[in-house]
Design a protein around this ligand. Sequence first.
Ligand SMILES: [Zn+2]
Ligand SMILES: [Zn+2]
Length: 329
Amino acid sequence: MKAAVIESVGRAVVSEVPDPTPGPREVVVEVAACGLCGTDLHILQGEFAPKLPIVPGHEFAGEVVGVGTQVTELSVGDRVAVDPSLYCYECRYCRTGHNNLCERWAAIGVTTAGGAAQFAVAPVANCVKLPEHVRTEDAALIEPLSCAVRGYDVLKSQLGAHVLIYGSGTMGLMMLELAKRTGAASVEVVDVNPARLETARRLGVAGSAANADELDRPQGWDLVVDATGNAAAIQDGLGRVAKAGTFLQFGVADYATRVTIDPYRIYNQEITITGSMAVLHSFERAAELFATGVLDPAVFISDRLPLTDYPRALEQFAAGVGRKIVVVP
Ligand SMILES: [Zn+2]
Ligand SMILES: [Zn+2]
């Protein structure tokens, strides 16, 4: 089969690799679409993936074309979205309900072959069947949505809260769409990229700007979400949290990123700084939300490129052009 392969640091190609075969409790999925995200760029830069080469792609959906000998829950022809998380279920974190912090954390498309390929293997436990009205090629959005759901899971109620989101790329926009559902009193978005900010406005925001100074909330925001991973944005956002408010580190920063915090203010104003990592018990709910139309795929997926263009798709993503880019085998 054809697959994208990150061969070594900085080098992605599309090549011919052996077809995958399912284990007893696995299925083979014929990929309909696979999304690209910051994680793929980190893998390309030599972070996250413990060893290269790897077939990337952890955001995908497709049709089951093969089942393992002990699979009874799914059949050939079923359409599924795949939760890429692979937990050990044995370590202390798994045993205390923090599976996403598993000591042996692994994921399809990060540590094992992923969905940027014609076919991918997934445990049956990781597959969620799609309802009839959800298009398979749109369901690649469920995985990033499940990360956004996890983001809200770590927070307390947002009923009546004023929310500020840094970044209006795919993840920032998903946090925006979910914020509206959480009962936020207002949601505002900051992004230095005017094209991306325009999409946030189209989805509906109380305010938007290239710099939070242009937004009128001198007392700060109850919830500030970083969806950029960018040091300048994070530093700015930390200073915008209102008294008793929360800062959520949702964007993926480079390992070397450092910002400064103000311990006196954290103490004196009872500020919470927290993070959320990937997916935890949130994939199923993301699939259910997605089926209710929480995201408009026509807005969220800006580019559908052929799998053979994977290296170019990565470059386009790195350049910050468009929103969710998916490759179609
Ligand atoms: Zn991702
Ligand atoms: Zn574990």
